[in-house]
Design a protein around this ligand. Structure first.
Ligand SMILES: [Zn+2]
Length: 70
């Protein structure tokens, strides 16, 4: 067997924005920039939140139980 050592298993979470390793200071992001980008998406409603116009579905997720914000 070729002893190809795999990369050390890191428990560090990956930045959901760019995929880099997250840092403690900006968990779960790798940097403040990525955190800001992700937050901005939320604020702008680029995620799952339906537009303000049109019919109200009444199924808007109010809060993610696994809120990354500590
Ligand atoms: Zn990042």
């Amino acid at each position: 067997m070729a002893g190809a050592m795999s990369a050390p298993a890191t428990k560090a979470p990956r930045c959901p924005n760019c995929g880099k390793a997250a840092v403690d200071a900006h968990k779960p992001f790798c940097s403040k920039r990525c955190a800001d980008v992700d937050l901005a998406r939320w604020l702008r409603g680029d995620y799952v939140i339906p537009g303000p116009d049109g019919e109200a579905e009444g199924e808007i997720p109010e809060h993610d139980p696994r809120d990354p914000q500590d």
